[in-house]
Structure formats: structure tokens, C-alpha cells
Design a protein. Structure first.
Length: 626
């Protein structure tokens, strides 16, 4: 039994050992097969697989989308369009060895540029590259045709469509429309995640910048099969067409814009025409201006440097980016503050002897001795009596209330207009002066603030909105220059900008009626009686003459107005004209205002308006201020 048991156990053991040997042999065989296959793929057949990898590489070229076009408020007059233009590229790796200088010289001759410009873009270290390098943009069709005729002598040279931005409306529209340019490295860092690339053309200022994402459109793509070095392997193209950007319709009326531009003339300053019931900007002029097309020229960088260094700063939009003392136009706000606070009845009179004494200083009214005499609110505004408003500011309201009402009218804060940058102006307070200068607010500071001088600054658009509040009896709408967004193919309106309330005041309705009456009295019986005579429409307004320390015996000339005085807000137009002190003094703001109002309400152009008003003798050429 024992022998048999041993034999039995021995047989089982042998069977187990043989199975283990077989399993080990199978594993070893499998490992050997996989090793041989890997060796074959990586060593024996490696070149073949690498070639296949190279064969399926592709080159993708972006096809730029045309930017949307920009139109005036009637969607009939184009302000910005696209014109056909081309860019010429060079792939240096496709040029036969030793032929680079010959090809570059011939290409430079056709493009009418110095060969050194091509060499600068394609240094020796990149002359074996198969990446396309842009040699020149804004190339006319005639030059492209010349390149095509000499194609055999220009290996590696190609061209592509690159539409050029063309500004049909230049002059005073430049600050509104802005201009475009190549994206910078700094801009790309910020905008990369928004789909922009290093070849993007973007808006730099104005509407072009504000609504760049809407105007951009969607780029297309063109792909071709190339090897790993970028050499073309197939003529087959896969093309995804670009989508043009959306068209914009502005609130600007080109007729009113031209009228306003000519009314201001070549005087350093600004003018704004606003619809108070909606916040739509009908015209916005800032002089001096520039030609937006210059930034698409070959000398764009030099032109920009020239304008930046110009003493009259043509790149500055004085309507929204420059802040000035509002001077006596601020008395409209002071009048509303006095009435709302019930500081003094509008009929009560204050004696103006030509000056007022405060501390050891004497503040003189602009009329001088013997003064205006006894003034009520209506006549004080009409005659712009400083003594009346000094008395109100010093004895009844005070600086804190003055600042509060100025802010109620939208001064000292952003007006949120849909343009890339705008000044908030400044409204001083006693607390601000103590923090800023470590000095107490003095009574003399209050007297200055009460007549719109001292530290107070506003933009022309701020004053337009302030007068809009009077017209609307307590409501200010957000000013805007975009009216509609339209489909470029069908012209269908995609979206419309609706009026948006920026601020609503709780000032009593009776206050607004009294202020309106005083503003109308200013035109019919005040200091601007002659410049504002108008048989077409009833105008209400207020002039302002701001002292400027650096210009002796020269002042900023303001006029703020609305018309028709007797009409509803829906029919009203607000105008603001500012002429800077750098111009020869001629008190032009009220005259320019009347020309604008006459042109709008009589449906006349500039020449017809000045003839109707009898202003032809006043419209002598005004020299450009440098």
C-alpha cells in the first residue's frame, strides 16, 4: 500500500510540473513574440511609420472674417465699410537653396518696398522655415496680378484676401468711430481666451473698440496636407468659410453731425446734440479731430506718434474725456437746489451792488459797479448775476448741499455712455479738500463752487445730461450712440437699444417748471438776447464764461440749451457747445447753438441756417489752433 501510494503521489506531482512548464513556455513565447513585434515596429519598420505620420500632418490657415459695417441712424449712410485688399506671404523654406536674395529682391521690386524690409521680417535663422510670414499688407490688386504673372520666379510667395477698413465718414466722426489696428502682445494676453489670435485686427478706440466682439465676425479655416516640415503634399483644400461680423446702426444723424461740425468750426472745443427723452446722441463733435484711415496706412505708427505729440491733442475727445469748469451754466443747478430746498422764494430779490465781501476778500460780479440792482431768480439767471448766486450758496445752501444737488444732476459720476473711455468730472466737498490738501473748506471756496468755478469740473456731455434732466422734469437716460444691431446679409434687426433710466430725481415738478421759465427768460431778455434770436423755434438756455488761470483775459465759452421750449420732451433737442480759451475770444458758443437749432428745426444745412439767421458776416474763417 505504501508503494502504491507513493507511486500515485509521484504521478500527480509530475503532471503538475509539466503543466507549470507548459504555462511558463507559453508566457515566454508570448513575451518573445511581443518583443519581436515591438522591435520590428520601432527599428525595422520605424521609418515607414514615421513617414506615415508625416504624411497625415496638415497646415491650417485662418481666413479672416470681414468686420461688420457701421451706418448712421437711418441705416442708409455707410460710415465704415470694408474694401478689397490683399496681404502677401512668403514661405522661405520653399525657396530653392541659394535663391533667397534673388526672390526677395524681385518681390520687393513688385511691392515697391526696400528688400531690407523683407529681410527684417525673415532673418537668416528663419530662412529654412516652412511657416508663412506676412511680408506686406494693404496690397492692391495690380500688385497681386504682377506677382501672379511672375509666379515661376517667385517660389514660396503667395497672397490672400485681407479686407481693409475704410472710414467713409471722417472729420468729426473720428472720435466716435475710432479705428482698428493689429493686436499687441499685451492685448492678446488679456483677450486670448475670447478667441483672439496674434493675427487679429481689433478696435483700438471708439465704437470699433466698444463693440469689437460684435463687429469681429467668425474667422474661417483653410487646411492642406503637409509633411512635418510644412511642405505641401496635396493640392486638396478643406475650406470653412468665414462669417462676417454684425452691422451696427448708430444714433448719429449725419446731417446734424455735419451741421454741428461746421457750426463749431475750426475752434478747439466740443459740441453735443442729445435727445433727452431717449438718451440718443444725434451729434458729437470734438475739434481738432483726425482721419481714422491714417491708422490703416503704411505710416500708421508715425502718424500716431505725430498726433500723440501734437500740442492740440487731436486724439482727445473733448466732448466726453476733457473736463472743464462749468461756469455760469452751473447756475441752472443752483436755481433748482434753491427752489427745492425752499431756501428763498423765486420772487424774492437780492441786491447786487457789483461785489460781495467775505472775510478780507472782495468778490466782484462780472458787471462791476454799480451792479445789477435788485434781482429775483428769473432775472438773476438771465443776467447771470454772481452776487445773487453767491448769496444763495453762502447764506442758504452751503457746500454739502451744492455738491449733493450737482450729483443729483449726474455731475461727478460716470454717465455710462457706450464708448470706451469718458471722464467723470469732479464735484468737490469740504471733506475732500481736508483729505486732499489738509486744509479746511473756506467760505471763498463755497462762493467759487456756487458759480461753477473752483475745483468743479464737468464734460460737455455731463451738461447735456443735466439739461436733459430739466427737460424730462427729473429723469436722466443713459446716453448712447448705438441704436441697432443688424444682420449683414438680410439687414434684419437683431436687437435694438432701448432707453434706459440712469437716474430719477425726487425734485418737485413745480421746480422744473420755474427753472424752464427762467432759462427761456435768459434767451428772450438776458445776456444772449441777440445771438439767440430765432423765429423758427423757441430756445431756452444758459451761457457760461469760465475763467482759465493759464490764459490771461481768455475764457472758456459755454452755452447749454434745449428747444422747443413749449414742446413735450419727446420733441425736444438738447445742445451743448464749449469753445476753449485757447481760441481767440469771440463768445461763439451761443451763436453756434443758434445755428444748430435753426438747422435742425428748419431742416436746413449750415449755409442755409446762417443765412436765415443773418450770421453770414460772423462766419469768418477761424485758423486752426496748434
Amino acid at each position: 500500500m505504501r508503494v502504491n501510494d507513493l507511486k500515485s503521489k509521484s504521478g500527480v506531482s509530475l503532471k503538475r510540473d509539466s503543466k507549470l512548464v507548459v504555462l511558463v513556455l507559453i508566457i515566454l513565447a508570448s513575451f518573445a513574440i511581443y518583443t519581436m513585434k515591438l522591435f520590428s515596429m520601432q527599428v525595422l519598420e520605424g521609418a515607414q511609420y514615421r513617414q506615415q505620420s508625416e504624411d497625415i500632418s496638415s497646415r491650417v490657415k485662418t481666413i479672416p472674417a470681414q468686420r461688420g459695417e457701421i451706418y448712421d441712424r437711418n441705416a442708409t449712410v455707410p460710415m465704415v465699410v470694408n474694401t478689397d485688399s490683399f496681404a502677401v506671404d512668403l514661405i522661405p523654406g520653399e525657396i530653392p537653396s541659394g535663391k533667397y536674395d534673388t526672390v526677395a529682391a524681385k518681390l520687393a521690386d513688385i511691392l515697391q518696398i526696400d528688400k531690407k524690409q523683407i529681410d527684417a521680417k525673415i532673418p537668416a535663422s528663419q530662412r529654412s522655415s516652412f511657416s508663412a510670414i506676412e511680408v506686406k499688407s494693404n496690397v492692391p490688386f495690380a500688385m497681386v496680378s504682377d506677382i501672379a504673372e511672375n509666379k515661376n520666379d517667385l517660389p514660396g510667395v503667395s497672397w490672400r484676401s485681407k479686407p481693409l477698413r475704410s472710414y467713409v465718414q471722417t472729420g468729426s466722426m473720428s472720435h466716435i468711430l475710432g479705428y482698428v489696428g493689429d493686436i499687441t502682445r499685451e492685448e492678446l494676453k488679456v483677450m486670448y481666451n475670447q478667441g483672439y489670435t496674434n493675427t487679429s485686427i481689433i478696435g483700438k478706440t471708439g465704437i470699433e473698440k466698444q463693440y469689437d466682439s460684435i463687429l469681429q465676425g467668425v474667422p474661417g479655416r483653410e487646411s492642406t496636407t503637409v509633411d512635418v516640415r510644412g511642405r505641401l503634399l496635396s493640392d486638396a483644400l478643406t475650406v470653412i468659410n468665414p462669417e462676417m461680423g454684425k452691422n451696427l446702426v448708430l444714433t448719429i444723424d449725419t446731417n446734424i453731425q455735419t451741421l454741428t461740425e461746421k457750426a463749431l468750426g475750426e475752434r478747439v472745443g466740443a459740441a453735443v446734440v442729445l435727445k433727452p427723452a431717449t438718451g440718443e446722441i444725434l451729434a458729437m463733435v470734438s475739434y481738432p479731430y483726425f482721419d481714422s484711415n491714417l491708422f490703416s496706412s503704411e505710416n500708421a505708427s508715425q502718424e500716431y506718434a505725430r498726433m500723440v505729440n501734437a500740442s492740440n491733442n487731436p486724439l482727445l475727445n473733448r466732448a466726453i474725456n476733457a473736463a472743464y469748469p462749468p461756469a455760469s451754466t452751473f447756475k441752472v443747478i443752483m436755481s433748482a437746489a434753491m427752489l427745492e430746498e425752499q431756501s428763498m422764494p423765486a420772487e424774492k430779490k437780492v441786491e447786487c451792488t457789483g461785489s460781495i465781501r467775505y472775510g478780507d476778500r472782495t468778490f466782484r460780479c462780472h458787471i462791476g459797479t454799480p451792479g445789477h440792482g435788485y434781482m429775483d431768480l428769473k432775472n438773476a439767471l438771465a443776467q447771470s448775476c454772481n452776487v445773487y448766486y453767491w448769496t444763495i450758496g453762502r447764506d442758504f445752501i452751503g457746500i454739502d448741499m451744492i455738491a449733493s444737488y450737482a450729483q443729483e444732476f449726474g455731475l461727478g459720476r460716470s454717465l455710462e455712455i457706450d464708448l470706451p473711455s469718458h471722464s467723470a468730472g469732479f464735484i468737490p466737498t469740504a471733506q475732500w479738500k481736508e483729505r486732499r490738501y489738509h486744509e479746511k473748506w473756506l467760505g471763498g471756496d463755497t462762493l467759487s463752487a456756487a458759480i461753477g468755478q473752483g475745483y468743479t469740473t464737468v464734460t460737455p456731455l455731463h451738461m447735456a445730461n443735466a439739461i436733459a434732466m430739466v427737460v424730462n422734469e427729473g429723469v436722466i437716460y443713459k446716453p448712447h450712440v448705438l441704436k441697432e444691431i443688424r444682420d449683414p446679409a438680410s439687414g434684419e434687426v437683431i436687437s435694438t437699444v432701448e432707453p434706459e433710466v440712469l437716474h430719477e430725481s425726487s425734485i418737485d415738478k413745480s421746480v422744473w417748471r420755474t427753472v424752464k421759465e427762467a432759462m427761456r427768460h435768459t434767451v428772450t431778455d438776458g445776456t444772449v438776447l441777440f445771438p439767440l434770436k430765432n423765429k423758427t423755434v423757441q430756445i431756452a438756455g444758459k451761457s457760461g464764461t469760465a475763467e482759465v488761470a493759464q490764459y490771461k483775459n481768455q475764457w472758456h465759452s459755454w452755452f447749454v440749451a434745449y428747444a422747443p421750449y413749449d414742446g413735450p420732451p419727446e420733441d425736444a433737442i438738447v445742445t451743448v457747445v464749449l469753445v476753449e480759451a485757447v481760441n481767440t475770444w469771440e463768445w461763439w458758443a451761443p451763436y453756434a447753438t443758434n445755428i444748430i437749432m435753426q438747422g435742425i428745426f428748419a431742416n436746413q444745412d449750415y449755409d442755409q441756417a446762417i443765412d436765415a439767421l443773418g450770421f453770414r458776416y460772423l462766419t469768418r474763417p477761424v485758423g486752426r489752433q496748434e
